[in-house]
Design a protein around this ligand. Structure first.
Ligand code: NI
Length: 269
């Protein structure tokens, strides 16, 4: 494994959900152990309207924790003009660094495709207006997502989080200047497609993420995930790329800072 606590080595988790109730029993203890576990910075993504208040609280409590505010496609039906205005004002907060997670989910298909598209586009337009990057969630909606990103997000900064499509499409996204979010799934034996994606796209376009409490890497697959398991993801990417895990951590840290425009070495005082 990695040498923990090495001076300059800092893992950035670009996508976590510490507002989730699965962390209620031990959130404080867990977040308090991040620095010793080599996790230097975490961006907590928004999902529901209820998540927003919890995310603000977390960003106020933990120096190393930043937030994104947005509505997950499964929750698109809960948005209206009033909550959209609230979202807009929350995006002006200093530690809110992105709009997200937003997008399309045709797997769970909880809301109509038209409604999902409508709010994805509105949130993309809001991100452009605020000059913020976006976190894209897309599941079984490859073609529609690409179409909307081309039409509404050209020139913007984005990460395609928990990337699950082809290597060819990943290349196209990278050409558009976007980042590819890679998490625990890459360690699964049956994740041939994602391993191929990692092999294909340059390391300069990859960011580490957990999506915790979901998608824990092997050997914790099926258990509650946390940022502390990201070394397993870095090790797997390193093995695929034929580089050291340290090189993966250094490059993905730089990528994450570019993606979210984070200050250098925040929290390394
Ligand atoms: Ni997520």
């Amino acid at each position: 494994m990695l040498q923990k606590g090495t001076d300059r080595l800092m893992i950035i988790d670009t996508h976590a959900h510490y507002d989730d109730e699965q962390f209620d029993p031990d959130r404080e203890e867990l977040l308090g152990s991040m620095k010793d576990g080599g996790i230097g910075l975490i961006v907590n993504a928004g999902s529901t309207i209820e998540s927003w208040g919890k995310i603000l609280e977390l960003t106020e409590t933990y120096e190393f924790l930043y937030g994104a505010i947005g509505i997950h496609p499964d929750e698109a039906g809960s948005l209206d003009e009033e909550s959209f205005r609230r979202m807009s004002s929350l995006l002006d907060r200093e530690k809110i660094v992105a709009v997200g997670e937003i997008g399309l989910d045709y797997y769970w298909d909880k809301e109509s495709h038209d409604l999902q598209k409508k709010w994805m586009i509105r949130q993309l337009e809001l991100a452009r207006e605020k000059n913020l990057p976006v976190i894209i969630h897309s599941r079984e909606a490859a073609a529609d997502t690409m179409e909307i990103m081309k039409e509404y997000a050209a020139g913007m900064t984005a990460v395609i989080h928990c990337y699950s499509y082809s290597a060819e499409m990943a290349r196209e996204y990278v050409k558009m200047g976007y980042y590819i979010g890679v998490g625990g799934v890459v360690t699964f034996k049956n994740a041939k497609k994602l391993k191929q994606v990692v092999e294909t796209v340059p390391l300069t376009a990859i960011v580490l993420e957990t999506d915790c409490p979901y998608l824990a890497p092997v050997p914790y697959r099926g258990k509650r995930n946390s940022s502390l398991y990201l070394p397993y993801v870095a090790e797997e990417i390193a093995a695929i790329k034929g580089v050291t895990a340290e090189a993966v951590i250094r490059q993905t840290e730089a990528n994450a800072r570019r993606l979210y425009r984070l200050p250098d070495h925040q929290g390394e005082k």
